[in-house]
Write a protein that binds this ligand. Structure first.
Ligand code: GLU
Length: 553
């Protein structure tokens, strides 16, 4: 039996030849330099910040170059499949402004390079596995778990690299041993389980200096010198389903992907992919191995974000907390490209798409994710969004994630005024960060959520009642900011408080406190808290009736 006969024995009937697939999925007609990228998430139901981070790179590379960005569902790991996971992937990414040109959508595939779901592509993988079999570049392997364990123990004892490679699976060299050839045929005919392994050309257990190395271009990391693979890795599992290694190579070739953006956890298997591309006679895509997302852990050291410990790893976190998608995008770009912040400073109002994203400017050694920094960035982004848009967006957020705040949206005009306080000042106030924080920040504007949270300052606590009653007596809603404050100053000095904080500081024994303590009493009575934007402005927005009602309570 020759290789071709073996391949026919294993896959007797296939609809197409490799050549036919090549013709069905021809090179794409795109402008010079256009990049074709893809996101290949597994439908595990958990879509995380790392996915978004990678998707952003894919999206920018493709759309910046008038290329194509497509969604491929990598569901070859059947254990991990979760209902509705594909929908979750699409809607979560869409929320953050990540849109695909091609691939899986909620209403079926778009594009002519599909099917875009790996579990629907079995026939294609078998065709190319058959191709490798027919060239003697792959073989069926019947080793059982127990046999593989025994092999590993032997290898451990002999201090050899573990794995199945030349010399370890007797099925590898079936063509040199008629007894094994016969065994393979009878086992195949009996329908016994087997995997298909790559028959690697690499040399195992050679010293580092003697190892053959290949140069691979990585757009993030530059030229990588990659040792050759020597493992006979599984390409088709016992179930007939391909491994990630094989599926990725076949798909990225046939879908004419130019740039493969994926996490650096795939770097160790790059040698395998190099060999597979080579064996199939295909050109390698440009790899972009992105750095892991890290954070400063509780002990002050950098560590990987963890699903268990860090709620901020989940994309749902940002949606339920109510981060504006533009803020998350903006922040991601600051960690994606080291020159982004500088660009933003020079172009404060430019759309994000004007920034020229490059893989070369990505960190290759761990991208530091920091919620405080996100909050900071978010403040700036929120300042650039008109209050009316923020109000509408908050309303949508509340409907989906926090219906308990429905009362905030009864009067949108009122809400817009509240949100806009101090945002057009010479030094604009940047109070708005994310929806839940905003709900808290503006809570005192609504009777439903107004509560006194701070205590009167000690210097004026004893006088609080009198301060409030004098203030109420003098209150004229039509006073401008200046007259309004002069009245407070008058109350303060009249009651033995310094007109200026510095006077009190200089001669603390001469006064009970200063005007700031007096106004804080008023602030707490009206807003429930010691810190807030300008009291006069807030009173004007709240309206006379509310102001008087709160003061007289
Ligand atoms: N399906 C792979 C994963 O879940 C994607 C890796 C790739 O993009 O090649 O990590």
């Amino acid at each position: 039996m020759n290789y071709k006969e073996l391949s026919n024995l294993i896959y007797p009937e296939l609809a197409h030849t490799p050549e036919e697939y090549e013709a069905m999925y021809p090179a794409r007609e795109l402008p010079e330099g256009a990049k074709v990228t893809r996101l290949g998430p597994s439908p595990t139901g958990f879509i995380h910040l790392g996915n978004l981070y990678g998707a952003f790179v894919d999206e920018r590379l493709a759309h910046q170059s008038n290329g194509v960005f497509y969604l491929r569902i990598e569901d070859t790991d059947d254990k991990r499949f979760v209902e509705n996971a594909v929908e979750t992937i699409i809607t979560s990414l869409d929320f953050f402004g990540i849109n695909f040109d091609e691939g899986v959508t909620q209403t079926g595939d778009i594009g002519t390079y599909g099917d875009y779901t790996q579990s629907h592509r079995g026939e294609i993988y078998r065709t190319f596995a058959k191709e490798l079999l027919s060239k003697g570049l792959a073989y069926p392997c019947f080793l059982t778990e127990e046999e593989i364990t025994a092999i590993r123990e032997q290898q451990d004892a002999a201090k050899l690299t573990p794995g199945i490679y030349a010399g370890w699976s007797k099925y590898r060299d079936w063509d040199k041993d008629p007894a094994i050839e016969a065994e393979i045929i009878s086992r195949l005919e009996a329908g016994e389980p087997y995997v298909i392994r790559l028959k690697s050309n690499g040399a195992a257990n050679v010293s580092a200096e003697d190892a053959v190395r290949n140069t691979v271009v990585d757009a993030v990391r530059g030229e990588l010198s990659v040792p050759e693979n020597f493992q006979d890795i599984v390409i088709i599992k016992q179930t007939g389903i391909p491994t990630y290694h094989f599926a990725h190579v076949v798909d990225d070739h046939l879908m004419r992907t130019t740039h493969v953006v994926r996490g650096e956890e795939w770097l160790p298997s790059l040698p395998i992919h190099v060999e597979l591309f080579h064996d199939l006679g295909w050109e390698l895509p440009v790899y972009c191995h992105t750095a892991q997302l890290m954070k400063i852990g509780e002990d002050g050291n950098k560590r990987k974000l963890s699903k268990r410990k860090d709620p901020e790893l989940s994309l749902d976190y940002y949606r339920s907390q109510g981060y504006h998608p533009a803020a998350v995008r903006e922040y991601l770009l600051t960690i994606l490209n080291s020159n982004y912040e500088e660009w933003r400073e020079a172009n404060p109002d430019a759309p994000i798409e004007d920034f020229e994203f490059t893989c070369e400017k990505m960190s290759s050694s761990g991208a530091l994710f920091d919620l405080d920094k996100l909050n900071d960035v978010s403040k700036g982004v929120m300042l650039r969004i008109p209050a009316a848009d923020i109000a509408a967006w908050l309303g949508k957020w509340s409907k989906e994630f926090a219906p308990e705040y429905a009362y905030v949206f009864k009067d949108m005009n009122y809400l817009e005024q509240i949100l806009d306080i101090g945002r057009h000042d010479a030094r604009p106030r940047a109070d708005l960060v994310y929806a839940r924080q905003i709900m808290d920040f503006i809570s005192y504007f609504f009777e439903e959520s107004f509560e006194i949270v701070d205590e009167y300052p000690a210097e004026a606590a004893a006088d609080a009642e009198e301060i409030i009653s004098r203030y109420l007596d003098s209150y004229d809603h039509s006073d401008d900011n200046e007259i309004w404050f002069s009245k407070i100053r008058e109350i303060a000095t009249d009651m033995g408080y310094a007109a200026k904080p510095k006077d009190y500081k200089k001669n603390p024994d001469d006064y009970k406190g200063h005007v700031g303590h007096v106004s804080t009493v008023i602030r707490i009575k009206l807003m429930g808290r010691a810190q807030s934007p300008d009291v006069w402005t807030i009173q004007q927005i709240m309206g006379e009736e509310t102001v008087r009602a709160r003061l007289s309570k």
